[in-house]
Design a protein around this ligand. Structure first.
Ligand code: MD3
Ligand code: FE
Length: 201
């Protein structure tokens, strides 16, 4: 069993998935995206986000002029597809006693996309853990504190890495500063996919 690197309570399993597992996961995600295509969320203030998103599971995360929230359906009105079994297995492997995830948020980053520092607080119980899977190009992940501001620490997340956010780290501010273009050959069209498994209700 692999021991994670612990940075500020973030448990980083570097190289959790090998290339053949990563390739399998990309196929599973492509199948999800055929049912529930990526869309470009708009912030409540009306600014388009640079990351494109979709979800799998009972609930998906959406943002528009109405606000940030979880919804039982894709903006097109179709139900979200099921969370791929390999991801549910990963959750059970890393968090054997946790409630099962109800959402797999799918984030797609083009090489110029980023995500500003934020807290994930749209879930009913913020004490439930979150698991993140990185696929494709490397990304600079910034980890902050439970309150805005203060010192931060950054690490590059690579394809196949998994991060578990549990305990105080679950409430930490975090973001993606930049993606390193052409740093992986996993995705034929380049870019980066981040999957986050979450308990929502
Ligand atoms: C820490 N995603 O979807 S993954 C997000 O790479 C998000 O797409 C980034 O932040 C990405 O909300 C970072 C690492 C991550 C995910 C969820 C967290 C860190 C987290 C939730 C709480 C605390
Ligand atoms: Fe987040």
């Amino acid at each position: 069993c692999a021991m994670p690197l612990n940075v500020r309570g973030f448990e980083i399993y570097s190289g959790y998935f090998d290339v053949s597992e990563q390739t399998f996961l990309v196929e599973e995600i492509r199948s999800c995206l055929r049912a529930a295509p990526l869309f470009q969320p708009v912030t409540p203030r009306g600014n388009p986000m640079s990351v494109r998103m979709s979800s799998a599971g009972q609930f998906g995360w959406v943002s528009d002029r109405q606000g940030y929230r979880y919804e039982p359906k894709h903006p097109s009105g179709v139900a979200w597809p099921a969370i791929p079994e390999r991801l549910l297995e990963t959750w059970r492997d890393l968090l054997p006693t946790a409630r099962p995830p109800e959402c797999c948020l799918i984030n797609w980053y083009a090489s110029d996309a980023k995500m500003g520092m934020h807290q994930d607080k749209d879930e009913a119980d913020m004490d439930q853990p979150v698991v993140s899977v990185s696929l494709g190009d490397e990304a600079l992940f910034r980890m902050g504190n439970q309150t805005k501001g203060g010192k931060t620490e950054s690490i590059w997340l690579r394809s196949g890495d998994v991060v578990v956010m549990n305990g105080p780290a679950r409430r930490a501010f975090h973001g993606i500063d930049r993606v390193r273009a052409n740093s992986s050959t996993l995705l034929p069209n380049g870019g980066r996919i981040n999957l986050t498994l979450r308990v929502v209700t």
